[in-house]
Design a protein around this ligand. Structure first.
Ligand code: FAD
Ligand code: DLZ
Ligand code: SF4
Length: 532
C-alpha cells in the first residue's frame, strides 16, 4: 500500500515533517475556522480533510451541494495552511484516495504513525457509528488513542432536548423554545418576561406577498467552479439538479457568509415575519436569509446570528415580530429538531405511520408537471438547491403526504436535493414535521392543506392548468380530492385527534355520493401521478 500523498495539488505542499503526534479529522460540515482547535499552530498536529465517494454517494446529491461542500472544504484547507497549520487534503480524484473515511484514516495512521486521533462530534448518526466502529476495530487501537471533541457549534448538547422532555408523550417545540429564550436570555426584558409581553407573534406573521415590498437583490457571492465541477464529474460522481458551476452563488467561507448575514439583516429581516409563509413565482427567495448552508457547515455560529438579529431589533431597525419569528427558527426549531434526531436515532428513519409506499413521480427529478405549485417548488429546488420552508412543507411535503408517497424515498430525496440537507435536520423535518410518519411526536397534526391554502399564500394557482376550486373532473386541482381522500383513508389513525376534528365534521356532512366520488377521483389521480 502506497502512503497517501498530500493531494490538494494546486496549493498544498507535500508533507515532509513526519513528527506528527496527532491527526485531527475535519468533516465536510465542520468548516468552522473559529474552532478552538485552530487557536494556536501546533507543529505536531496534522488536520485531515477528505473528499470521498462514501459521502457523495450515500444518497443522490444535488450537484450544487457537492460543489459547495468541496469548494468550502478546500477554502478552509487553504485558510488553515496560510495560518501555518499542517493540512493533509485528499481530493476526490487523487489516486491514493480510498474513497471512504475509515480506509483513508487507516492509511493516514500508517503513514504518520500518530499517537492520537481526534475528531469533532459528527452530526450524523451514520458517520458517528462509522468512526466509532473504525476506532474500536482498528489495528492501531492499542497504539493510537482517540478522542471526540465538541464541534462548538450548537447551543445544546445532543441529548439535552430528550432530557428536557423526559417522560412527556408530546415534545412541544413551544415549551422548549421558551426554555431556550429564558436560559439564554434572548429577547427577554429586565424582569425575565418575554420582550413585548408575548412569546410568539405568529398571528402577525402569516401574510401573502402581492409584489411589494420588493424582494431584496441577491447579494450572495458569485463564483466560477467550472473546473471543480469538471473534476467531480470526471471522478464519476452522480448527481441531480443544475450545477450552475460558472455562476455559483453559495458562500465558500466565513467572510462571505458574514457578508450575506449583513445583507439579510439590512434588507430582508424587517419583512421576514410578515412574509415567512408567502410563496411567489416572481420571487423565490422573498425575505428568507438563505443562511442554512453557512450555518449547517458551521461557517456561521447560531449564537452570532441570533445576537445580531436581537441587536437589530434593540436599536429599532427591525420590528419585534420579525426578529422573534426569525430567532424562533434558529434558537427554537433548529436546536429542537437536532435533539429529536439524537433522541430517536437509530430507527427514526424507519417510521412510516400511514404505511405509504408509492414511488416518487418522475417529475421529482425534472420539475416537469402541469401543477404550477409543484413545478415552481420542485423546479426551483432543482435549479437552486434550495426552497424555502413553506414550499418544502406545504407544497412538496403536503402533496407527498396526500398522495401517499414512500416516506423513506422522500427522505432520501430531501436529503439529496437541498444544499443545507444533513440528516440531523432534514430527517425530523421530513419524516416528523412534514409526513407525520412518527405518529405525532413532533407535529400535533399532519400539515396538509387543499388548493385553498396554496392559493391564499401564493400566486401559483392563477394560470395553473388545474382549477383550484374543483374537486372532481379532469381539470380539478389534484390537491382537493387527495386532501379529503387522505382524511377518509386514514380515519382510524386520525379522527380522534382534536386538532383535525373540523375536517372530519365536514366529511360527515358530505353526501355519501360525494365522498365516493372523491375516493374515485383520488384513486384516478394516484394512478397517473407521473402524468399530472
Ligand atoms: P430562513 O427562513 O431564513 O430561516 C432562518 C434559519 O432558521 C434557517 O437558515 C435554518 O437554520 C433555521 N430553520 C428554519 N426552519 C427550520 C426548521 N424547521 N428546522 C431547523 N432549522 C430551521 N433545514 C435545513 O437546514 N436542512 C434541511 O435539510 C431541511 N429540510 C427540511 C425538510 C422539510 C420537509 C421541511 C419542511 C423543512 C426543512 N428544513 C431544513 C427547514 C427549513 O425549510 C430550512 O431551514 C430553510 O428553508 C432554509 O432556508 P433559509 O436559510 O433561507 O431559512
Ligand atoms: C455532504 C458531504 C459530501 C457530499 N461530501 C463530503 C466529503 O466528500 N467529505 C466529507 O468530509 N464530507 C462530505 N459531506 C458532508 C458529510 O456528509 C457530513 O460531514 C456528515 O454527514 C456528518 O454530518
Ligand atoms: Fe397547485 Fe392546484 Fe393551485 Fe395548480 S390549482 S397551483 S395544482 S394548488
Amino acid at each position: 500500500m502506497n502512503p497517501p500523498r498530500d493531494a490538494l495539488q494546486a496549493h498544498n505542499k507535500p508533507e515532509t515533517t513526519p513528527a506528527t503526534h496527532t491527526l485531527r479529522l475535519i468533516l465536510g460540515d465542520q468548516l468552522n475556522p473559529q474552532h478552538s482547535w485552530f487557536a494556536s499552530v501546533q507543529p505536531g498536529v496534522v488536520y485531515v480533510l477528505m473528499e470521498v465517494r462514501q459521502e457523495t454517494d450515500y444518497v443522490l446529491h444535488h450537484a450544487q451541494k457537492i460543489i459547495a461542500i468541496f469548494a468550502a472544504m478546500r477554502a478552509l484547507a487553504r485558510q488553515l495552511q496560510a495560518a501555518g497549520h499542517r493540512v493533509h487534503y485528499l481530493c476526490i480524484d487523487h489516486p491514493a484516495n480510498r474513497q471512504n473515511l475509515a480506509d483513508n484514516l487507516q492509511a493516514l495512521m500508517a503513514y504518520y504513525q500518530p499517537q492520537r486521533l481526534e475528531y469533532q462530534e459528527p452530526d450524523e448518526y451514520r458517520v458517528d457509528l462509522n468512526l466509532q466502529t473504525l476506532l474500536a476495530s482498528s489495528p492501531y487501537r492499542s497504539s493510537v488513542s482517540s478522542s471526540r471533541v465538541d464541534s462548538e457549534h450548537f447551543y445544546t448538547q445532543r441529548h439535552e432536548v430528550a432530557e428536557f422532555f423526559a417522560g412527556r408523550q408530546q415534545w412541544l417545540m413551544e415549551r422548549f423554545y421558551r426554555h431556550m429564550r429564558t436560559r439564554h436570555r434572548v429577547l427577554m426584558d429586565s424582569h425575565g418576561a418575554p420582550a413585548g409581553g408575548q412569546w410568539n407573534f405568529d398571528q402577525e406573521n402569516r401574510k401573502p406577498w402581492k409584489g411589494a415590498p420588493p424582494e431584496p437583490a441577491d447579494m450572495r457571492p458569485l463564483h466560477d467552479h467550472s473546473a471543480l465541477w469538471a473534476g467531480i464529474q470526471a471522478a464519476g460522481v452522480r448527481s441531480m439538479g443544475e450545477p450552475c458551476a460558472d455562476r455559483f452563488r453559495w458562500p465558500l467561507h466565513r467572510q462571505e457568509a458574514l457578508q450575506q448575514l449583513d445583507h439579510f439583516i439590512a434588507h430582508a429581516l424587517p419583512h421576514f415575519g410578515d412574509y415567512q409563509d408567502a410563496m411567489s413565482r416572481k420571487a423565490w427567495r422573498l425575505f428568507h436569509s438563505l443562511l442554512s448552508f453557512a450555518l449547517n457547515v458551521k461557517m456561521l455560529n447560531p449564537r452570532e446570528v441570533v445576537e445580531r438579529v436581537e441587536a437589530d431589533w434593540r436599536c429599532g431597525r427591525t420590528p419585534l415580530a420579525a426578529a422573534e419569528g426569525f430567532i424562533r427558527q434558529i434558537l427554537g426549531w433548529r436546536e429542537y429538531v437536532r435533539g429529536i434526531y439524537w433522541a430517536q436515532m437509530p430507527g427514526y428513519d424507519q417510521h412510516n405511520y400511514f404505511g405509504d409506499t408509492t414511488p416518487l413521480p418522475a417529475w421529482f427529478w425534472t420539475g416537469h408537471t402541469r401543477m404550477n405549485c409543484l413545478a415552481a417548488a420542485i423546479g426551483g429546488s432543482l435549479h437552486n438547491a434550495h426552497a424555502h420552508h413553506i414550499q418544502r412543507l406545504m407544497v412538496i411535503g403536503n402533496f407527498a403526504l396526500l398522495a401517499g408517497l414512500d416516506v423513506q424515498a422522500l427522505h432520501r430525496w430531501y436529503l439529496g436535493v437541498y444544499i443545507d440537507a444533513f440528516e440531523w435536520v432534514e430527517l425530523p423535518n421530513t419524516l416528523g414535521m412534514s409526513q407525520f410518519a412518527d405518529g405525532g411526536l413532533l407535529a400535533t397534526k399532519p400539515y396538509v392543506g387543499s388548493a385553498a391554502y396554496i392559493d391564499r399564500m401564493s400566486d401559483y394557482c392563477k394560470g395553473c392548468a388545474y382549477d383550484r376550486k374543483q374537486r372532481l373532473g379532469d381539470t380539478a386541482c389534484p390537491f382537493n380530492a387527495l386532501y379529503w381522500d387522505f382524511h377518509q383513508r386514514n380515519a382510524t389513525l386520525l379522527q380522534h385527534n382534536p386538532r383535525i376534528g373540523m375536517a372530519y365534521r365536514q366529511l360527515e356532512k358530505m353526501p355519501a355520493a360525494e365522498r365516493t366520488a372523491i375516493t374515485t377521483q383520488a384513486q384516478a389521480v394516484r394512478a397517473r401521478l407521473n402524468h399530472l
